[in-house]
Design a protein around this ligand. Sequence first.
Ligand code: HDE
Length: 691
Amino acid sequence: MASNQETAPDIPKGTGGETQQRGGDILTTNHGVPVSDNQNSLKAGPRGPTLLEDFVLREKIFHFDHERIPERIVHARGTGAHGTFECTEAIPELSRSSLFQKKGAKVPVFVRFSTVAGSKGSKDTPRDVRGFAVKFYTQEGNWDLVGNNIPVFFIQDAIKFPDLVHAVKPEADRGFPQAASAHDTFWDFISLMPESMHMIMWAMSDRALPRSLRMMEGFGVHTFRLVNAEGEATFVKFHWRPRLGVQSTLWDEAVKISGADPDYHRRDLFDAIKAGDFPEWDLGIQVFDEAFADAQPYDVLDATKLIPEEDVPLRIIGRMVLDRWPDNFFAETEQVAFLPTNIVPGIDFSNDPLLQGRLFSYLDTQKSRLGTTNFHQIPVNAPKCPMHNFQRDGMMQTMVPQGRANYEPNSLSEAGEDGGPRASDQGFVSVARFEEPAAEKRRVRSESFADHFSQARMFFASQTEVEQGHIVAALVFELSKVQLPHVRERALAQLRNVGEDLAARVADGLGVALPPAMPPAKPVLDLPVSSALSILKKTAPLTGRCLGILVTDGAEGEVVAALKSAATEAGASVKIIAPKVGGVTLKGGKHLPADEKIDGAPSVLFDAVALVLSDAGAQMLQGEKAALDFVSDAYAHCKAIGHSPGAQALLEKAGVTADKSVIALPDGVKSLVALLSSREWSREKKVKLPV
Ligand code: HDE
């Protein structure tokens, strides 16, 4: 086949992934012209006007003026990483996907985590659902599992999505609040949509306040299908399980983190990958058939429902490791385009009406956001397997198709030569299935979607007392921000269907009377509790946690060293915080450099703290608000506090009273580290945190 490539070998072929700058030491314009001066524009004389002729200046400013692209309508704020997915259990009997044929087989992935409601520049730690989107670059094309960290959703039908998003985003007339659901329009909409109540329970729970992106579960949410080589299909739900366990912050902590470090989650992910502590998740599936689906009191096509793990246990079939930070945030994390329509042979959709709507939305939105139908050529979006078709031209076309025929069928030559590619019997085939042949074409919601409260009640009942307290506090906080009394009342009326006790506690927290219940469309069932829905009923390892050690001049170096080595041994990290970032002089004269200055690293950034202070240092810190806040917040947030004898007076001034998580050092070094992933919940009764 004749090609220009033979005569000009250094021209990039433009297959996506080869569109890097070509290097060289000399600065050039976008068109390769060497630039002689990058400091001064071209002027008519040293103090004269700038000349229109200055193509170097104009090109530079022109390009800069257009650097931004529209942010995502939802999930605008996010961060991503590259990694690998490995099949740990082959499931050819369930799926013919090349991903799952051989234990040990690996493919590259790109993952983007996000918040939903806030703009691109909002904070990392609002109360919000988190996006958990994974692009698998398989040998048969890209599969995107575009999920969330919560297994259910607010609405059942895609037609309500624009309303939901309008309601939660900043209010139309005033343009605020940013990244917050605690306002009238959100609760107005939600309280008129009883189907959202299950998701509201999750969104008001600690799940919406993850401690780290590395400590979140992920869910495909919808029911999908797995299809084997014989064309036999089963239903499936996808789950990601973090090896670091699930962990959350407290609300008061999340609020303070957003001030101390609005980039808390992306920094945490970046630091972990940079340190070689690569986050890992197991991929689990819940597989079930139509008979199981038909026997449940809910519809598996309804995205406001989950399948309790007690009913269909998780089967772990893979492992994902994130081990490479993107080279460029914009090129990769911002331009990555996830599409639920990116599906591969061996996996298929279900009729979930929310999923069906998404199958339109994502492709459509990319044209607005990335500006061209050729967004699939951007390296992060391009498949890493052969890709060949007759789609042609369009804005920003970077491929240079070869050959004469750009249509099919054609008879110019055999497939693969000038005549181009042909469909194959190995290609994607949708599951063949009769779709209720007698059904009328109607705008309708299935009767099987009508129970809006039973699983919401199950979720609340499945939480520990502490977690239930957090849900109540979150509802009280959110509804206290609602200014329209009728909206607040309607929300309370809906909550009565979830639980009388829950609604009464929220009404009490608000200081308002409980309104009459809103009659549910269907009787609310008392389903068995599902312990898998609670965070605190699961154990969390120490790995990935961070100990903050506050030091002053004259501190005992051996204690700091012992803490460091115990933490490192447990897989945790350590940060040294000092009155000045230059560090301290330890007892004995050795210098200890600090990572942070005390008011730059409040204790909300750490999982537990140690106060290794000299008597004089502790005395001095008693007069510093930042030091008192450091200690009193660690205490109020139920974190373990280790302290050297010198710190006693500071503890007292900060209001700390003894309990088993206030630990004397140096004896308690190991005990302190052992508490890095747990909290002293008994303090919640002593310290009334603001809600
Ligand atoms: Fe999305 N969603 N969504 N969504 N979604 C987008 O696509 C949409 C839904 C999710 O990191 C948008 O590329 C509709 C459920 C994630 O780039 C948009 C409906 C779930 C991300 C869109 C839903 C999600 C998005 C905005 C209801 C969990 C971020 C930009 C039918 C299973 C992906 C974009 C990333 C992003 C539409 C509901 C997850 C507008 C219409 C349910 C993780 O197309």
